[in-house]
Design a protein around this ligand. Structure first.
Ligand SMILES: NC(=O)c1ccc[n+]([C@@H]2O[C@H](COP(=O)([O-])OP(=O)(O)OC[C@H]3O[C@@H](n4cnc5c(N)ncnc54)[C@H](O)[C@@H]3O)[C@@H](O)[C@H]2O)c1
Length: 249
């Protein structure tokens, strides 16, 4: 069997970047994507130096032309698309609901909801002609429970859960799986932004978690790889919380 072709959005930092490196170690063919050309080319070179066939394609997932081009370039380069990790996302501007603006809503929903919808749309178009494919969307515990001070982000992550379930139902009979991974706090830049880089607030937040710590990035990456891969071939339409027990409460 040919080595799988993997596409990752928002791959230039945090979970996306670590996922790309983990896949490169598995020897897959890989397209990494993000908005920053220079950082993207540097990541592709790093993956190539690890022995992977890798390419960077610039894409801002808010724009359909970018997403369409990303998927088309993946197929042009490698001939197919087996696994897509829709990881691009933002926490947006946080704060109480009384302070949220239409602009905050539009910004957060454009990257998280429209971005995921467009990615799934164009990925499925390729996967349905192949009769196979696996998609993992990055959701959050904010896709499962409310969080005071994060209403717009929470709404956007709940929407990703809905897209995941509906796309899974559309793909189930034609060999396409669609799942989500829903992390709790993960030790990335996003977590620092979430607590406004306030170490005391971060410590308080993490102390409220059953596991009393954030996830290491690799703890999220390993779940993504398992769900995306063939060992999980009967798993679809699910969102797996990787949250040290938070949503079990
Ligand atoms: N870090 C956490 O605590 C945490 C918790 C739950 C869920 N998540 C989710 O995990 C995913 C990855 O986050 P992370 O922790 O690695 O943070 P991160 O900020 O390092 O990564 C997000 C990446 O997405 C990119 N991105 C944002 N909007 C984009 C757009 N419109 N087009 C293309 N790229 C875009 C960013 O530039 C960044 O590189 C996100 O979807 C996030 O919602 C993170």
């Amino acid at each position: 069997m040919n080595t799988p072709v993997v596409l990752i959005t928002g791959a230039l930092s945090g979970i996306g970047r670590a996922t790309a490196i983990a896949y490169a170690k598995e020897g897959v063919r890989i397209v990494v994507s993000g908005r920053r050309e220079e950082a993207g080319n540097a990541l592709a070179a790093e993956l190539q130096a690890m022995g992977a066939q890798a390419e960077f394609v610039r894409a801002d997932v808010r724009f359909e032309a970018d997403v369409q081009n990303l998927v088309a370039k993946t197929v042009a380069r490698f001939g197919r698309l087996d696994i897509a990790i829709n990881n691009a996302g933002t926490e947006g501007r946080l704060g109480p609901i009384t302070e949220q603006s239409v602009e905050d809503y539009e910004n957060t929903f454009a990257s998280n909801v429209l971005g995921t919808l467009l990615a799934v749309k164009h990925e499925v178009q390729v996967m349905q002609t192949q009769g196979s494919g696996s998609i993992v969307n990055l959701s959050s515990i904010a896709g499962k429970v409310g969080i005071a001070g994060a209403s717009v982000y929470v709404a956007s992550e709940h929407a990703i859960e809905g897209i995941t379930k509906s796309a899974a139902l559309e793909g189930a009979a034609i060999g396409i799986r669609v799942n989500a991974v829903a992390p709790g706090p993960v030790a990335t830049d996003m977590l620092d932004r979430f607590v406004d880089s306030n170490e005391e607030a971060k410590a308080r937040f993490l102390d409220s978690m059953p596991a009393k710590r954030a996830a290491e990035v690799d703890e999220i990456v390993q779940t993504i790889l398992f769900i995306a891969g063939n060992k999980a071939r009967y798993l679809t339409g699910q969102s797996i919380a990787v949250d040290g027990g938070y949503t079990a409460q």
